[in-house]
Design a protein around this ligand. Structure first.
Ligand SMILES: [Zn+2]
Length: 110
């Protein structure tokens, strides 16, 4: 899966604040672990920035808006060089969950 493909998929996602579709130029791919991708998106309409975790399988993307902290974001930015334990944990968690990701994630803060 290439970043350009991910960006294209994410442009089908609407801003949860104002409903504006995201544009490729406002999507920043931070990194990924297998089919779990971390992205930063900026809505030009309401000027809200989101960190998104998205599970991508084929042509389908399941969006998860996160409330990652800046420190966590910094960790994810270096995905290639970290152990990835947390990411793998999150990945398996997302895979086993088929419902309200953000609600469950919100309650999973360490
Ligand atoms: Zn917006």
């Amino acid at each position: 899966m290439e970043e350009s493909t991910i960006k294209k998929l994410v442009t089908s996602i609407k801003c949860s604040t104002c409903g504006q579709l995201y544009r490729g130029g406002n999507i920043d791919v931070l990194g990924h672990r297998e089919d779990l991708w971390f992205l930063s998106v900026f809505c030009p309409s309401c000027r809200t920035q989101y960190l998104i975790a998205a599970v991508v399988s084929g042509e389908k993307v399941s969006e998860v808006i996160t409330d990652l902290t800046r420190a966590e974001l910094a960790r994810f930015r270096g995905l290639g060089g970290v152990t990835g334990d947390d990411v793998l944990d999150m990945h398996s968690f997302l895979k086993s969950s088929d419902g309200d990701f953000s609600r469950v994630l919100g309650g999973k803060q360490a």
